[in-house]
Structures are given as structure tokens and as C-alpha cells.
Write a protein that binds this ligand. Sequence first.
Ligand SMILES: *Cc1c(COP(=O)(O)O)cnc(C)c1O
Length: 366
Amino acid sequence: MTTASTNDHRSHNFSAGPAILPVEVLRTAREELLDYRGTGSSIMEVSHRGKEYMEVDAQARQRLVELLGLGDDFEVMFLQGGASTQFMMVPMNFLTEGRTADYLNTGSWAKKAIKEAKMIGDVHEAFSSEDGNYNRVPRDEEIKLSDDPVYLHFTSNNTIFGTQQPAEPESAGAPLVCDASSDFLSRPIDVKRYGVIYAGAQKNAGPSGVTIVIVRKDLLARARTDGLPSMVRYQTHAGTMFNTPPTFSVYLANLVFGWLQDQGGLEAIRRRNEEKAKLLYDELDRDEFYRSPVETESRSLMNVVFRLPGEELEAEFLKEAEKREMYGLKGHRSVGGLRASIYNACPRESVEALAEFMKKFRQRRG
Ligand SMILES: *Cc1c(COP(=O)(O)O)cnc(C)c1O
């Protein structure tokens, strides 16, 4: 990584997505922007089948393999269309006639995934926390699977509601399909339990424009091919670049993967994420002034959602936070209140500054 100037002006960015990127990554991209490694072109301006980009693509895959501990039984794809496109691609490829797919309804994104799947085939909701405005994720014993689900789809982190699966949900042997958009690469996972992992890059893994899709090869081999247009078939994309990938997004994501390795990998980043989240949750738990709408065991390490006593105080909090260059703290409109998104790239100093501000604000207004 570059050691270029360290006095760039950076605010405290708590945006939910697109979200903060590691400053080291942005500096490298800046240095390489006009003249990528002596080529006299930016990486954006060259063929996706040329040597330079092919190296970026291969390195990004290799780094994902190393970070996640993927065996060669997994296929990595860099697709477009966001996680929202995966909501349809997953069932189109795997939810065949006569089968049922199980879904955990733990938030707005999960609900959207369910809606899309229902257009394709039979869906069984194995758990829902919609009645409680999605304030928690299930305990294993609450998951009511169908007879022989083709997969169990879950959202590892519910970005809007601030809940997160503490671990992979019980699926009785069915392959897990995971929308990991907002906690991808934030902690180690039990890879062998997954059939599909997909994530829009723009929360935790890079800029918008690329969706990382990881599919187990034995499932891939059984994926539906008949009657599906090429672009929505996973087999079309496996092992090849079928069409032009979002090259600059992949380039930046690759730099983020390298940065993660420099940080010590997923176990190290998990520890840091836990420490950062604790700073904020400790503030919430200090007394009744701040309140978390989320059940304690379901709390997210990525999106810390909280309320103050009254919307006027919340508006005031936001305004004062912005004066201190703390941005992106407004909660999603379906939850209200505040949300601090503290993804991998959000520095501990920013979280400390927010915790300190929360303390001061309570002292003045509590
Ligand atoms: C942001 C988000 C999405 C939507 O991603 P797009 O890339 O905009 O389609 C889906 N799922 C989760 C969990 C998200 O956080």
C-alpha cells in the first residue's frame, strides 16, 4: 500500500451504503489512476481481456479464496445488477418445479428476496420477525423448515434494522444461500455450509457496481439451464467473463481485499469490528436516554440503530453531529431514529468520536 500524504481531509462517514472505503485503498487508486503501473492508461481504459485487467481479476479471486478459506469447490463471480438481481437469479437457477425454497424473513431486504422468489416457485417462510418490526433474528429452534428445502435463504446482516445472525442458522443439511451484502468479509464464516453467498460490494467490500457471487460447484452443475436467458444463468458466468465486468469496481474491490489481508484477515477484522460496536452499544446501555430497538442477542456489529427520547432530540443530534463532520447517521425511513454504519473500513477513531459525542449530548440534554 502507498504511504502517500496522510493529511487528506476525511470526515467521519457512517453512511449505510455506498459506504466508506479504506483511505489507503483510495490513495492507491489515486496514485494509479492516470497511469496504471506504467501503462500510460488507467485500468478503466483498457480491455477486460487484456493482461492488466486479467491480473486484477485473478488476484481478486485468489484473495477471496484466501480470506474466506474457499476450497476449489467454489466458483467466484463478479456480476452486475446488485444484490437485488441475485434475489431473482438464485431462485431462477435453483428453485426448480416440485421443490420448495425456505427463507428467513428478517428485514426489508429479506422480504424483497422472498417476493422475487415467489414469482419463480414455491417458497416457505421458515421464520418471520415482521410482526415485531424486524427487531431480531431467529434462534435455531424457531426456524421451521419445510420437508426438504432446496436451500435456506437468509440475510446475514439486516442493514436497515440493525440485526445480524450471530452465526449461520440451522438448515438441517440444506445448503445455505446468504445475502451477505452488509457484512461480507466482516468476520470468518463456516464456508462449507454455504451453497451461495452473494453481496453487493458497496457496503463492506468496495464501491457500487460489482456484486460478488460465490456458488458451490456441485450446485452450479445442477443449476437450471433450459429456458433461462444467458445472463441470468450462473453457468454462463462460471469460469469465464461472459460480458464486460464492472472493471473499475472489481479493481477497487481487489484493493479492499488486499487491505483486509494487510489487516490480518477476517479473524482480526472481526475483533476490531466487535470492539468498535461495543463502544457504541456501551453508550446505548448506559441509561435510558439512548434506546436500541433491537433485541440484545440480535445486535449488528455493522449497523448500530438507536433512538433518542423524541424526534426533536434526534433531529438536534443529527444537526450537531454534522457540525462535527459526522455524516450518514440518519436512520432508514422505515425505522426512524439514527443508524451508525461502522463497516470494516470505518476507522476506530470515528467510532470513538461518535461515542464521545453521544456521551456529551446526553450530559447536556439527558
Ligand atoms: C443494500 C442491500 C441490498 C440491496 O443491494 P443492491 O446492490 O442495491 O441491489 C440487499 N441486501 C442487503 C442486505 C443490503 O444491505
